[in-house]
Design a protein around this ligand. Structure first.
Ligand code: HEC
Ligand code: HEC
Ligand code: HEC
Length: 284
């Protein structure tokens, strides 16, 4: 028994000398032979700036997104392109024809395998963002709610963007595809923000003008699961989400407002809300 332990001690002390001699090389390559699967990639390893920002941001908003990300029904629904969830029947209706069968896919819950199963070809699938199965979606796992290319195992390695007013997130002027039935609490108002901001809201001009302006994100260049990731202008994602970011983050959104203000001294002025009075907003 004595001998092997003695040998190990010598080996360890030799190794310590080597470490002291080449600290930089080792820190660069440490862990280089620990292979990680796609679900275990640590986004914070390289994007620590974004991770730090997220950790220090408003906990109510972060926690709301964490709860959404922990809900496997919801994340699977996002992944397969859901437009409707029926909690009684237990199926997800989509607007995607993932298996090229000529009709849009429907997925049914199989309680014995705990998987979602596509009706047409029995493909099983489940999107779980809690990669380490700790029961909470930690912050680096949360990145995937908005940046996961879906399903990552099938469509490669690229990251994507899910903008605030994505059809299946907070909705936009065209679509509200997040079904409130996916959540335990009533989230109806939270998944229809884009729609609300599109109609007779004092800030509708802010949002709608953004909806007519294009970002540099070309839809075809975003691996966006074959569906429109929010409002669009021609082939680009629109700037409508910048209205959300403008109010709900500390990012700067530059507005150039050309507006004719309501004249309070004019008794015959048209009875309109401020937002309908002719004007344009340029968002940059
Ligand atoms: C090994 C380092 C590394 C890891 C790990 C990593 N990224 Fe990146 N990521 C990069 C680099 C480098 C770029 C910039 C590429 C470029 O500018 O063309 C980038 C770009 C991005 C972009 C696009 C930025 C832009 O403005 O175009 C997003 C979004 C992104 N990463 C998200 C993620 C997410 C989510 C994860 C975790 C699943 C992740 N990354 C993991 C290195 C990494
Ligand atoms: C609630 C959704 C959401 C979450 C959560 C989220 N992002 Fe993003 N992220 C976005 C959106 C939307 C953009 C695009 C903003 C733009 O281009 O104007 C973006 C942009 C980025 C970019 C490119 C812009 C930049 O600042 O360089 C990187 C990199 C990135 N995210 C990484 C991450 C990482 C890493 C995490 C987790 C720590 C994360 N994101 C979490 C929505 C999210
Ligand atoms: C003009 C500023 C402004 C804009 C633009 C804006 N918000 Fe809000 N948002 C607010 C304010 C203020 C509240 C709180 C309203 C209240 O409590 O009645 C709020 C509330 C919310 C809530 C509900 C929070 C809760 O717990 O009930 C969500 C979700 C939300 N906003 C998301 C968005 C999204 C997504 C967009 C873009 C489509 C957006 N907001 C655009 C200012 C804004």
């Amino acid at each position: 028994m004595q001998k092997p332990i003695y040998f190990v001690l010598i080996a360890v002390s030799l190794f310590a000398v080597v470490i002291a001699a080449v600290p930089q090389t080792l820190s660069l390559y440490s862990g280089s032979h620990d292979f990680v699967s796609g679900t275990n990639v640590d986004c914070a390893k390289c994007h620590s700036d974004v991770h730090t920002e997220m950790l220090t941001s408003n906990s109510m908003v972060t926690e709301a997104h964490q709860r959404a990300a922990l809900n496997i029904n919801y994340t699977t629904y996002l992944a397969v392109g859901g437009v409707d969830y029926d909690s009684t029947v237990g199926d997800i209706t989509t607007n995607m024809d993932g298996d090229s069968s000529g009709s849009n896919d429907t997925w049914e819950w199989n309680s014995s395998t705990q998987m979602w199963v596509r009706d047409s070809d029995s493909k099983s699938y489940r999107m779980v963002l809690d990669a380490d199965e700790s029961g909470t979606v930690e912050n680096e796992e949360l990145c995937r709610l908005c940046h996961q290319t879906t399903p990552i195992t099938e469509s490669g390695h690229a990251a994507t963007w899910r903008f605030c007013d994505d059809d299946r997130c907070h909705g936009n002027s065209n679509y509200n595809y997040a079904d409130p039935a996916l959540f335990a609490n009533d989230v109806t108002s939270k998944v229809t923000v884009g729609k609300t901001l599109s109609s007779a809201d004092v800030h509708d001009m802010f949002y709608l003008n953004g909806s007519t302006q294009a970002t540099s994100r070309i839809i075809g260049e975003i691996p966006a699961f074959g569906y429109t990731p929010g409002g669009t202008v021609d082939s680009s994602v629109s700037k409508s989400y910048m209205a959300c970011v403008g109010c709900h983050s500390e990012s700067n959104v530059t507005l150039q407002v050309t507006d004719m203000h309501y004249l309070h001294e004019d008794p015959n002025a048209a009875k309109q809300r401020y937002s309908y009075i002719n004007g344009t907003i340029t968002i940059g």
